[in-house]
Design a protein around this ligand. Structure first.
Ligand SMILES: [Zn+2]
Ligand SMILES: [Zn+2]
Length: 222
């Protein structure tokens, strides 16, 4: 039996970036108030409130997973690693250089250029990342950025989709490393093929579902 999965959203920084703490409660320690392993998915600015949640629940931070490396998703990475040194950080291989490069992570035009720590590992389409027996399928969804990924957990019927798809909108595709037709193909091939009831947890704004976006998202109507 996989451990029970819990996903908590934190809306961080001036860009209101949704970052997620994915945690498990081991069935062995179900009576114990201390939690099991957790991941952080995306590292927005000012992650203190998210780090306090992890500490207060006694979670062990096993990994930081980046849906992509725009500044609003990596701005808090240094602070997270300062509190949890040595934690593995994984990103799609096409964006390995982005966190430490202000031109690529889109912080070059800001007052504070962000040179974040380089990730320690890469992932690719079709990889499986496992937390407490729960498998997350890595789906490469380029377009908003070249190495964007979505994390799909079939049994819990949930997908963390970064800035690819939002409630009623889609990711921006006017950045130098973006591509609109590629984004549309990613959404149609990798997300709209998921079951209708799949919960969609985006990088900004409220939660939605595949059925809801298919029916009402103005960018997805033929
Ligand atoms: Zn982005
Ligand atoms: Zn974003």
């Amino acid at each position: 039996m996989p451990d029970t999965l819990k996903i908590r959203r934190f809306c961080l920084g001036d860009w209101a970036t949704n970052c997620y703490v994915v945690s498990t409660l081991s069935s062995d320690t179900a009576g114990d108030p201390q939690g099991g392993a957790c991941w952080i998915v995306d590292a927005g600015f000012d992650p203190g409130y998210m780090l306090r949640y992890i500490a207060e629940n006694g979670f062990q931070l096993e990994k930081v997973v980046l849906t992509h490396a725009h500044v609003d998703h990596i701005g808090g990475l240094a602070e997270i690693l300062a509190e949890h040194p040595g934690t593995p950080v994984v990103i799609h291989h096409d964006e390995l250089a982005f966190p430490a490069d202000p031109m690529l992570n889109l912080s070059a035009a800001l007052d504070d250029r962000v040179v974040a720590p380089e990730p320690t590992g890469t992932m690719t389409h079709g990889d499986t990342l496992t937390l407490g027996g729960n498998d997350f399928e890595v789906r490469h969804t380029p377009g908003h950025s070249p190495g964007g990924v979505c994390l799909y957990q079939r049994e819990n019927n949930v997908a963390i989709v970064g800035d690819t798809l939002f409630a009623g909108s889609i990711g921006r595709h006017d950045f130098p490393t973006s591509d609109g037709p590629t984004l549309m193909r990613s959404i149609h091939e990798q997300l709209l093929t998921l079951p209708d009831t799949t919960r969609v947890l985006p990088g900004h704004g409220p939660e939605t579902s595949i059925a809801n976006e298919r029916a009402t998202n103005p960018f997805l109507q033929d």
